[in-house]
Design a protein around this ligand. Structure first.
Ligand SMILES: [Zn+2]
Length: 287
């Protein structure tokens, strides 16, 4: 997930709440996480890991390595959340390294004589400002269209492609904040997440994010209207073939959260609404 919006809108706070709405670690997951933390010489966290490395962190600190290889931040976030604030400030090659673990759930570190691999199945949550100064659309923003495009261009298409949900976090006034109704607690949201995950477990013995190939086709089967809506939208928005399957998995999850047995047009429309940035990029860059 990628949050984008001006500074001070709570992007970091939202990200840090994510481990609290995820189900507790299962026995197997707990053993894996314990092994990673023990090999890093760190104490086991009390809930799912939440790691937030700074953009100045070295590639070794991020992905792991060293003469006696140790796990990096992405492995310390295994089965938890890796939060990258100010995503475009990370060195480009550091972001490109993330692509492989985002697909495979592990990271291989090549050494002179052998290679080691560490588990790295994390949920990536990133945050960015809409422009270098952060206040795009307000009078105080002096960023030129060129600067804005260069800033966004630091995120490559293939990386954006692997981020399922782009969520705008808009600035709200103090008045709106005061009038807002009390929200749900993390505990209440977590109940819904646990229910949705147990539906996935009963149906396919894995979470939707891990569905591939045949299984994906089978468990995310669409009726004719839904299939046409998704095909047409992916074409019109200029999304990649990879993102077709990603939108499908997100739509399946939205359906699971609402207790629906099949994926409806409303679930697809909502999943598509989270692909804001590739869409803009397609329009802005003419690609
Ligand atoms: Zn600006």
């Amino acid at each position: 997930m990628l949050f984008y919006g001006p500074p001070g809108t709570g992007k970091t706070m939202l990200a840090s709440r994510l481990p609290g709405i995820l189900p507790p670690l299962g026995r197997r997951e707990l053993l894996d996480v314990a092994a990673v933390y023990s090999s890093a010489g760190l104490a086991l966290p009390s809930q799912r890991p939440f790691r937030a490395p700074h953009h100045s962190a070295s590639p070794t600190a991020l992905v792991g390595g060293g003469s006696n290889p140790r796990p990096g931040e992405i492995s310390l976030a295994h089965r938890g959340v890796l939060f990258l604030d100010e995503l475009p400030e990370f060195p480009r090659h550091a972001l490109e390294i993330l692509r492989e673990p985002l697909e495979s759930g592990e990271v291989r570190i090549a050494r002179a004589r052998a290679s080691v691999s560490f588990p790295a199945a994390f949920q990536l949550v990133a945050a960015m400002n809409p422009c270098p100064c952060g206040y795009l659309g307000e009078a105080r923003c002096r960023c030129t269209p060129n600067q804005v495009q260069r800033y966004r261009g630091k995120l490559s298409g293939p990386l954006l492609d692997r981020i399922d949900m782009h969520v705008e976090v808009a600035a709200i006034s103090a008045g709106q904040l005061q009038d807002a109704p009390a929200g749900e607690s993390s505990g209440e949201v977590r109940e819904r997440v646990i229910a949705a995950r147990s539906r996935q477990g009963e149906r396919q013995h894995r979470i939707n994010a891990d569905l591939r190939g045949r299984e994906l086709e089978r468990h995310c089967r669409l009726a004719e209207n839904e299939r046409q809506l998704l095909r047409r939208s992916v074409d019109q928005l200029g999304l990649s073939a990879r993102s077709y399957h990603r939108v499908l998995r997100v739509a399946r999850t939205i359906a699971d959260l609402s207790g629906a047995a099949t994926i409806g047009c409303e679930h697809i429309a909502e999943a598509l609404a989270y692909r804001n940035l590739d869409r803009r990029q397609a329009v802005g860059a003419g690609a």
